[in-house]
Design a protein around this ligand. Structure first.
Ligand code: HEC
Length: 408
């Protein structure tokens, strides 16, 4: 049974990544196309009301794209629509999130080290419900910001600032409530949900209304085009941050430090800034200041995530006097004792913990040689409280102190 789940998970992940590549690839392509459009060169193009055109060479042939805003002279019956790549990405992503985080919320969502009492006390189902609420509420708030701040796409600058502030709030609050790894994924999922919902509720319905109008010989409402574009531009700036947050779950140093929400915010802004460089570049505008600022943000994030920053809430060592005085030199026997009691349930060749058919990430601590070999990651994951997952095995602060003072 566990094998079936595991294998299904692999297939889902495959689908998710492929659909995301297709969607983001297409989205990046169309942003490039839009920003590369130049006034039509031919008399005929101008007469037909071509808004802009792009010539390209690719795959051994030449392409000539022409964009009409709302009134092409003829509308081909076999229009190519782009939506299923977006929907497939969201559906498979949500399934993956559900399979791990929503099915085992006690292990993956609830943060026993949260500074907020109620967050520590949440039951598994409560935290799973709250995570889903984040996705729904994230969309509702974002959508309301768009509707209220820039209903006719004339106030998009202020809107971007509001959306950026909203995302920092999501990053901050989710890291306070949930485990770091879940918070990063959830913040990425809030953005990804907004992206897919933009396609589903705005971009596609607007395009349908435009097509219907043209077919009925009416003039399409230009606002449908403008608002579709507004949402599609947001999606452009979301892409890089979302991909980064989705990948971040393999890097405990990034998501489990005391400043994880600042690290996350800096990385999100870095992604958006770097994207901005490429958007402008397609318009033949070179502004290296954008990626340079992005790099500064990344370096700041790296500095904050590094093990050398003074620790905050997650890594505070609550040393009791008797612990520190008796532990001038921690022995391997002491370390092994702690690891056996708190880690071996999962990290053994044949784990005793239910739901673990094999050691997670292939990491085992059966022998002292294995423990010694993995000293650095053991110290890191214990100090950041990422391990034991959800502190399900009840590791005490005194035991964390043993690992902290251990000098392998
Ligand atoms: C409830 C089961 C469980 C317990 C108990 C547990 N771990 Fe883990 N551990 C996991 C899982 C699951 C992963 C894989 C996490 C992931 O997918 O990133 C993991 C991953 C790791 C990793 C690799 C982190 C990385 O880079 O991705 C290390 C190191 C680790 N655990 C150390 C420990 C130590 C040390 C303890 C005891 C203090 C411990 N674990 C207790 C389940 C557990």
């Amino acid at each position: 049974m566990d094998f079936v789940l595991d294998f299904t998970n692999l297939l889902l992940r495959w689908l998710h990544v492929v659909a995301a590549i297709a969607w983001i690839g297409e989205s990046i392509y169309f942003v490039m196309l839009d920003n590369s459009l130049r006034p039509p060169q031919s008399e005929e193009g101008r007469r037909n009301g071509v808004f802009g055109e792009m010539w390209a060479v690719h795959g051994g042939g030449f392409y000539h794209n022409q964009k009409y805003l709302t009134n092409p002279p003829v509308l081909s019956p076999d229009l190519h629509w782009s939506m299923w790549k977006a929907y497939t990405t969201w559906l498979s992503g949500f399934a993956l999130f559900a399979a791990l985080y929503l099915m085992k919320p006690g292990l993956y969502l609830v943060d026993p080290a949260s500074t907020w009492e109620w967050a520590r006390q949440m039951s598994g189902p409560q935290s799973a419900g709250l995570a889903v609420l984040y996705l729904v509420a994230g969309w509702v708030v974002y959508d309301q910001l768009c509707r209220r701040i820039s209903p006719d796409a004339k106030n998009d600058g202020v809107l971007s600032v509001a959306v950026a502030i909203m995302m920092v709030l999501v990053a901050w609050s989710s890291t306070q409530i949930f485990q770091g790894r879940a918070a990063f994924l959830l913040t990425g999922a809030v953005m990804a949900t907004a992206m897919s919902a933009n396609v589903f509720f705005w971009i596609i319905p607007g395009q349908r209304r435009m097509v219907t109008a043209i077919k009925e010989g009416r003039q399409p409402n230009p606002l449908d085009g403008l608002l579709g574009k507004q949402r599609s531009v947001h999606n452009t700036y979301f892409t890089l941050p979302v991909v980064l947050l989705m990948l971040s779950n393999h890097y405990p140093a990034v998501f489990s430090g005391p400043w994880n929400w600042v690290v996350m915010s800096l990385l999100m802004f870095a992604g958006a800034l770097i994207r901005q460089y490429f958007v402008l570049r397609h318009r033949a505008i070179h502004k290296p200041a954008y990626p340079a600022a992005g790099v500064v943000f990344i370096l700041l994030a790296a500095a904050l995530a590094s093990p050398w920053v003074p620790s905050g809430r997650n890594t505070t060592s609550t040393t009791s006097p008797e612990v520190s005085s008796t532990m001038s030199a921690v022995t391997m026997a002491q370390v092994q004792h702690v690891v056996h009691n708190r880690c071996l349930q999962c990290h053994a060749a044949s784990p005793s913990m239910a739901g673990f058919p094999g050691p997670p990430s292939g990491i085992t601590f059966d022998t002292t040689a294995q423990i010694a070999q993995q000293a650095a990651t053991i110290k890191q994951t214990v100090a950041s409280r990422y391990m034991p997952l959800g502190n399900i095995t009840g590791m005490t602060d005194a035991e964390r102190e043993v690992i902290r003072q251990w000098e392998p």
